[in-house]
Design a protein around this ligand. Structure first.
Ligand SMILES: [Zn+2]
Length: 322
C-alpha cells in the first residue's frame, strides 16, 4: 500500500512538473513573439504628419451626433459603447473620422476629392456611420451620402477600419473589370500604417516581414498577379490574410521606392501589365522582382492570423474572448 501511495505521489509530481514546464515554454514562446514584434516596431514608416486636423466640429442635433464629415445615430454609439470602445466619446470618434478624411486626402493630394461624387451639386459628403455584424465596408458617395458600416469589435480595438474604409471613399477604384482589388486594398492598408494604426490584417507587425512568409509555392498564383487582377473571388476569400499583406507590401514598395504620383497613375489605370511599363519605364515583372529581392532581406515573421490576434488582443480574429 505504502508503495502504491509513493508511486501515485511520484506520478502526480511528474504531472505538476510537466504542467510547469508547459506553462513556462508557452510563456517563453509568447515572450519571444512579443520581443520579436516589439523590436521591429521602430522599423515601421513614420506616421504621416498632417496639418490642422484637430479642429472640433462636433455637435448634437436631436437623435444624431454630427461632425464636419460624419454623422451617427445616438443608438449606434450606444452599441459601440456597450463594450470598452477605443474612443472615449462620440465626439472623439467622429473627430477621428474628420482627422482621417483631412489627413488621407492631404497625403493622397486629393483636397477636392468630394467633387468626384457630387457632380454639379455643392453639398459636402457626409459619412453616416452604422453598426454591422458583417465585415466593415464603405458604400455610396454619390449625392452627398456615404455609408460606413463598422462592426463593434473593430471599433473597440481601434484596428483602423476608419482609415481603411475612408481611403476607399477618397480614392475609389471601381473598375468595370472584376477582381481588380490588389492596389485598391494595398492602398487602403498602406494608409493605415501612414496614419499610425496597427491595421486589422497585420496588427502592428511590419508588413514586409509578414508578407515574406507568403513567398512560396502555395501562394504563387497570387504572387503572379499581385498588383493586377485576382484569379477569382473564391481565391480572394480563401487567401485573405496573404492577399492583404502581399498587396500592402507591394503597394508600400512602389510608393516608397518610386513615389506616390506614379503609383496613383497605375492605380487609376486598368491594372494591366502595360500600365506598369508605361508609368515606370520598367516592366511589371522587373518591378516585382525588385520587390521580391527587397523582401528577401527582411526578417521573416511567420505568424498565423490567429496568433497575431491573440498576441495583441487576447481574442480570436472573430472577436471572441480567448
Ligand atoms: Zn478594403
Amino acid at each position: 500500500m505504502k508503495k502504491i501511495v509513493q508511486i501515485i505521489t511520484f506520478l502526480g509530481m511528474i504531472c505538476v512538473i510537466g504542467f510547469i514546464v508547459r506553462v513556462t515554454v508557452f510563456k517563453d514562446n509568447n515572450k519571444d513573439m512579443n520581443d520579436q514584434l516589439k523590436s521591429t516596431e521602430l522599423k515601421q514608416s513614420e506616421p504621416f504628419q498632417c496639418e490642422n486636423y484637430d479642429e472640433n466640429t462636433f455637435y448634437v442635433d436631436g437623435d444624431w451626433y454630427y461632425s464636419r464629415h460624419a454623422k451617427m445615430y445616438k443608438t449606434v454609439w450606444d452599441t459601440y459603447a456597450e463594450t470598452d470602445t477605443a474612443y472615449k466619446s462620440p465626439e472623439e470618434f467622429l473627430n477621428e473620422i474628420d482627422k482621417n478624411v483631412k489627413c488621407i486626402s492631404e497625403f493622397l493630394k486629393k483636397p477636392d476629392w468630394e467633387k468626384q461624387y457630387r457632380g454639379n451639386e455643392d453639398r459636402e459628403i457626409i459619412i453616416t456611420v452604422s453598426t454591422t455584424t458583417g465585415k466593415p465596408r464603405m458604400t455610396g458617395g454619390a449625392y452627398g451620402e456615404a455609408m460606413l458600416e463598422l462592426p463593434s469589435y473593430l471599433v473597440n480595438l481601434d484596428l483602423s477600419p476608419l482609415t481603411h474604409e475612408i481611403t476607399h471613399l477618397i480614392a475609389p477604384n471601381n473598375k468595370t473589370n472584376n477582381y481588380a482589388y490588389s492596389l485598391k486594398e494595398g492602398l487602403a492598408t498602406y494608409m493605415t500604417e501612414m496614419m499610425g494604426y496597427p491595421g486589422a490584417h497585420r496588427l502592428g507587425a511590419p508588413v514586409h516581414s509578414l508578407a515574406k512568409q507568403f513567398l512560396n509555392e502555395e501562394h504563387q498564383a497570387l504572387i503572379d498577379v499581385i498588383g493586377l487582377q485576382l484569379p477569382s473571388m473564391d481565391y480572394y476569400f480563401d487567401h485573405m490574410y496573404a492577399f492583404y499583406n502581399l498587396s500592402n507590401s507591394f503597394t508600400k514598395f512602389l510608393i516608397e521606392e518610386y513615389g506616390l504620383e506614379k503609383f496613383m497613375l497605375v492605380y487609376m489605370s486598368d491594372y494591366l501589365v502595360e500600365d506598369y511599363s508605361d508609368t515606370y519605364g520598367k516592366s511589371y515583372e522587373e518591378l516585382k522582382q525588385e520587390w521580391i529581392e527587397m523582401l528577401e532581406y527582411e526578417e521573416s515573421y511567420e505568424y498565423t492570423f490567429e496568433e497575431l490576434h491573440i498576441r495583441y488582443y487576447g481574442i480570436t480574429s472573430e472577436g471572441s474572448e480567448k
